[in-house]
Design a binder for this molecule. Sequence first.
Ligand SMILES: CC(C)(COP(=O)(O)OP(=O)(O)OC[C@H]1O[C@@H](n2cnc3c(N)ncnc32)[C@H](O)[C@@H]1OP(=O)(O)O)[C@@H](O)C(=O)NCCC(=O)NCCS
Length: 162
Amino acid sequence: MILLAGVKKTYTIRRFRLEDLDQVMYINRTCLPENYSTYFFIDLYKNFPETFIVAEEGNRVVGYIMCRIEGGFSGFSLVKRGHVISIAVLPEHRHKGIGETLLKEALQSMMNHGVKECYLEVRVSNTPAINLYKKVGFKIEKVIRGYYSDGEDAYLMRIKMP
Ligand SMILES: CC(C)(COP(=O)(O)OP(=O)(O)OC[C@H]1O[C@@H](n2cnc3c(N)ncnc32)[C@H](O)[C@@H]1OP(=O)(O)O)[C@@H](O)C(=O)NCCC(=O)NCCS
């Protein structure tokens, strides 16, 4: 149970479990045009369980975030980078802070694993998601032309960990 500003929230944030898979895939299909195979979800869970997080309300999974932790160079040094692969909240459960809580939980978990920065791609038309990312501290770094399969551009957004 989450307590924010003294208001008791009705959702629980916890790590993904394999029995959540069908519900998470349902949310993904309902909310996003970018859908993945069962194997893709399980692979992310097996490799990065700490950043695969769900929101549960009344025994129903209503949102998820899944990420990857990648190695990369920053100048001459090797750094760990977080990559938000997918985040979604069922339409009837939006505007309650679930997306923000999921994202912050994933970022905290990344920091606990030595991640120094995190990036993501988002459709340039996806104002709700862009606002969410900006609110949490991500900044637009550049436009990736034609990133999506339908030809839409993406913003590459990045946050440096404190
Ligand atoms: C993006 C998404 C995850 C946000 O989830 P949510 O639980 O409704 O978000 P929150 O309630 O935590 O909102 C946090 C902030 O996000 C922004 N935001 C959320 N919904 C918004 C909307 N419809 N319009 C504009 N800004 C919005 C606001 O800055 C908001 O802060 P505020 O409440 O102080 O204004 C949700 O809209 C969603 O699942 N969208 C479809 C999937 C998707 O686009 N995923 C991102 C792919 S890159």
